[in-house]
Structure formats: structure tokens, C-alpha cells
Ligand binder design. Structure first.
Ligand code: PMP
Length: 457
């Protein structure tokens, strides 16, 4: 097999179906094949260097090419590459990791079911919510509440729980009758006539009304990302998540915090729902930063109380061949160890404050409607008109233009419709944060010039 990069790109184009593929685009453009990663940097097929402000896919917390991690993975592969963890089988890394998670998770969260990633963690939470409700004496509680602009994964249940514009295509079917989507808590795009101060009240009222409409006795759980990441880095208004959780709990509805993005330091804490939003959920789903992207792994984390409640002389017939995979769990343990030892939570908060300040400074740019974010998650919302917040027509592909311009300057930011989103590794330095902001402004300037030339602005 070849090592030649252009031949590899051809092999990829001819044989590899990418996730979230656009068929024509894939045939036409082929992939951008990355060949090396170190720290916050990536190198492509021509040896060009990029600062990866996307952090892989919200996940490369400790950075790439970490030697200690490489050694850990190799050592675990030599010692014990695989055992199943089904029924009564176990292995050392999964036992240690479950205990470590119990130590750093919110108080009382002592139990973990390992999954293969975020989607399967969400699917597991979906099933566990119904299981728990059944054993509480409510077998009729099978419905789910979720929000617009949420992303919870790509399996059938998680894709049905999520709801982002453009994700739903007619060729796929979704669970529709039992999943109900509330408004996204997006202050920038709140409904007309709703004040900033009144927005939380509006959203809480909507929840109360939805519960009354569906019937509390039919609803198993409310799924919510503390910050809606892939839906556009939506930072909810003050008090929102806490009040929503209180309403749910009052009605016997379980609260599932989907922390696939927001855990493991992304917001400067191990987990964000309690530490940042004052919410103690019933379950937490996690993945991504759990292993810093070195191995695929997800986790469904829940309380001792829930465990006691649902356990007994019965089976929970659910789990994956790679649940508790020894190498993946060893990777997570090493990543957590490095984050702890190197003080990366505090570092993330420090550089995150500079990152947010830098993003805010871009709000004077004519293309930028709003920038938003928290700690090391950020987003630029590009608009055609700052006053009316009107968007550019789809064919302008504004987010892609900005990211293409940035890419040419050696900066990777992710385009998502009219947005550009970022989540740099926790190890990013002050100088690298500065570089992101400088290159973002230059990219926005370039795109603004392009639009003027094309008569768009
Ligand atoms: N939940 C959230 C909040 C996510 O952002 C994602 C992935 N972007 C998922 C679930 C799904 O995770 P995975 O791609 O690992 O299945």
C-alpha cells in the first residue's frame, strides 16, 4: 500500500465514505489529508502547518502527539488489548477509570456505563431513563423532551432526540411521536417581543405548557447540553438550566445532561452542569475530551441513588462489544492524569478568558453579528445585516468562506452554516490564542472584501 499522499487522497476518495458526507463535494474535492499532529498543530499532505482551533472535533484536550499517552497506549496493547466487560468480565483500566470518574464527577455520581462514543452514551441514557421510570412504577413514561438546535448524535435514538436545522433529511425516519422539541435558549435569536430579562421565564413557561400538553405521566426525561455546542455554541440565559431542571424534577422527569462536549475541561471544569450551572442532573453523558481523542470512548454516568433504585433481581440488557475497552480506558485515565497534574483546568480558564475577550473584540467587524462562548468554546455568528440580524443567502456559504480564508492562513476553524465554531485544546498558549484572533480578523476582512467585489455588500 502506498505512502504517497496524493495517492492516499485518491484511495480515500474512491473507497472511504466519510461521516456527514456530501456526495458531490466528496467526489469533486476529495479530502484534506492530515499526516501529523503535535500539540495544537496539524500538518497536511504538503507539510503545511495549521493551528487547530477546532480541537479535532471538540475533543483534543491534552493536544496531539503526547509521548506519555503514546507509551500508555502501547503498554496497554502489550499487556491486555481487549477483554469484553459483558456480564461478569472485567479489566483493570475500566475498573480504575470508573472509580476515577466517581472521584471527579458531581457528588454522588458513583456509577459509569462505558459506551463507544457520545451517540451510544445518549442512546444508553435514553434506554436507562425508560428502565428507571418503569421500575419507579411508571411504564407509561416513554416520551422525551429535548430542544431545537441540539445535537445528541447520529444513531437512531440520539438523532431523533437532536434537532438541528438541515440535519433532518426525508430519506431517514426518526422517532417523532414520542420526542418533543422545545425552543433553543439562544438569547441572540430569541423570539420577537421577548425581552432579554424575560427570556428565561418565556422558556420555562414553554416547558410547563409542553409538560401539560403531553402529560407528565408520559415523559421519561429531558435531554439537554449545558451549552448547545454543534447547534451554534448557544450559551443559555442566566438561570435557565437550573430552572428547567427544577420544573422537570417537580414533575418526576429525569434530567440528562449531555456533556459530551462540555466536560473534561472544555468549560474549565471536569463537568459543567453542577459546577457552572448549578444543576445536579440524574445522568450525565460524556465522550470526546474523556480520552482527549486518543481513543473512541463514551460514558453514561449516574448516581448511586439511581443505581440502588433500578438494581435488583433483573437484567439491563444493553452494552457494546467495546464498552470498557482496556486501551480506551487507559487513554482516558492518562488524559485525566495529565489534565490534573498539569493544572489544565485552571489553565483553560486563564487562556479561555483571553480567548473570549479576543472573540468579543471581533464584534466591531461588519460581518459579525455576535460572538459568544465560554472558556475554550467559541463561535462567530456571521450576518448580512448587523441591525436586523438577517443572514446571507445560503449560496454565499459565509461560514465556509471564513474558514477557507483562515485555512489559507494556517488556522482551522469549523464552518457550520453561517457560523464558525472553535474549541481549541486545553493546552493552548496565550500567544496561540492571540494568533487565532488575529487570523480570524484577517479572514473576516478578506471575506468582506470578496463580498464587496461580488457586489454583495
Ligand atoms: N452529544 C453531543 C452534545 C455532541 O456534541 C456529540 C458529537 N458532536 C454527540 C453527542 C455524539 O457523539 P459521537 O459523535 O461521539 O457519537
Amino acid at each position: 500500500m502506498t505512502n504517497n499522499i496524493s495517492e492516499l487522497a485518491a484511495l480515500d476518495r474512491d473507497h472511504h465514505m466519510h461521516p456527514w458526507t456530501h456526495f458531490q463535494q466528496a467526489e469533486r474535492d476529495g479530502p484534506l489529508v492530515m499526516t501529523r499532529g503535535k500539540g495544537v498543530h496539524l500538518w497536511d499532505e504538503d507539510g503545511r502547518e495549521y493551528l487547530d482551533a477546532v480541537g479535532g472535533m471538540w475533543c483534543t484536550q491534552i493536544g496531539l502527539g503526547n509521548e506519555e499517552m503514546a507509551e500508555t497506549l502501547a503498554e496497554q496493547a502489550r499487556t491486555l488489548a481487549y477483554t469484553s466487560t459483558f456480564v461478569d468480565m472485567g479489566n483493570a483500566p475500566s475498573a480504575r477509570l470508573a472509580a476515577k470518574i466517581a472521584e471527579i464527577a458531581p457528588t454522588g455520581f458513583t456509577r459509569t456505563l462505558f459506551t463507544t462514543g457520545g451517540s451510544t452514551a445518549v442512546d444508553s441514557a435514553y434506554r436507562m431513563a425508560q428502565f428507571v421510570q418503569h421500575h419507579r412504577g411508571f411504564p407509561g413514561r416513554t416520551h422525551i423532551l429535548s430542544r431545537h438546535a441540539s445535537y445528541h448524535g447520529s444513531t437512531f435514538a440520539s438523532a431523533s432526540i437532536g434537532m438541528r436545522d438541515g440535519d433532518r433529511i426525508e430519506e431517514f425516519s426518526y422517532l417523532e411521536k414520542t420526542i418533543h422539541h422545545l425552543s433553543a435558549p439562544n438569547p441572540y435569536r430569541r423570539p420577537e417581543g421577548v425581552s432579554a430579562e424575560g427570556f428565561t421565564d418565556f422558556l420555562v413557561k414553554e416547558l410547563e405548557e409542553k409538560i401539560a400538553e403531553v402529560g407528565a405521566d408520559k415523559i421519561a426525561a429531558f435531554f439537554a447540553e449545558p451549552v448547545q455546542a454543534s447547534g451554534g455554541v448557544i450559551i443559555p440565559p442566566e438561570g435557565y438550566f437550573k430552572r428547567m431542571a427544577e420544573v422537570c424534577h417537580r414533575h418526576g422527569i429525569l434530567v440528562v445532561a449531555d456533556e459530551v462536549v462540555t466536560a473534561f475541561g472544555r468549560l474549565g471544569e471536569w463537568f459543567s452542569s453542577e459546577a457552572k450551572f448549578g444543576v445536579v442532573p440524574d445522568m450525565i453523558t460524556s465522550a470526546k475530551g474523556l480520552t482527549s481523542g486518543y481513543q473512541p470512548l463514551g460514558a453514561l454516568i449516574f448516581s448511586e441513588e439511581l443505581w440502588q433504585e433500578m438494581s435488583g433481581d433483573r437484567w439491563f440488557t444493553h452494552g457494546f462489544t467495546y464498552s470498557g475497552h482496556p486501551i480506551a480506558c487507559a487513554a482516558a485515565l492518562k488524559s485525566i492524569e495529565i489534565i490534573e497534574r498539569d493544572g489544565l483546568l485552571a489553565h483553560a480558564k486563564h487562556v479561555g478568558a483571553l480567548f473570549q475577550k479576543g472573540l468579543k473584540s471581533l464584534e466591531d467587524h461588519p460581518l459579525v453579528g455576535e460572538t459568544r462562548g465560554d472558556v475554550l468554546i467559541g463561535c462567530i455568528e456571521n450576518v448580512a445585516d448587523k441591525e436586523t440580524k438577517a443572514l446571507h443567502p445560503d449560496e454565499i456559504d459565509i461560514g465556509k468562506r471564513v474558514s477557507d480564508a483562515a485555512e489559507k492562513m494556517g488556522l482551522l476553524v469549523r464552518p457550520m452554516g453561517h457560523l464558525n465554531v472553535m474549541s481549541p485544546p486545553l493546552i493552548i498558549s496565550e500567544a496561540e490564542v492571540e494568533e487565532i484572533i488575529v487570523k480570524l480578523r484577517a479572514s473576516l476582512d478578506q471575506v468582506a472584501d470578496q463580498l464587496v467585489r461580488e457586489g454583495e455588500k
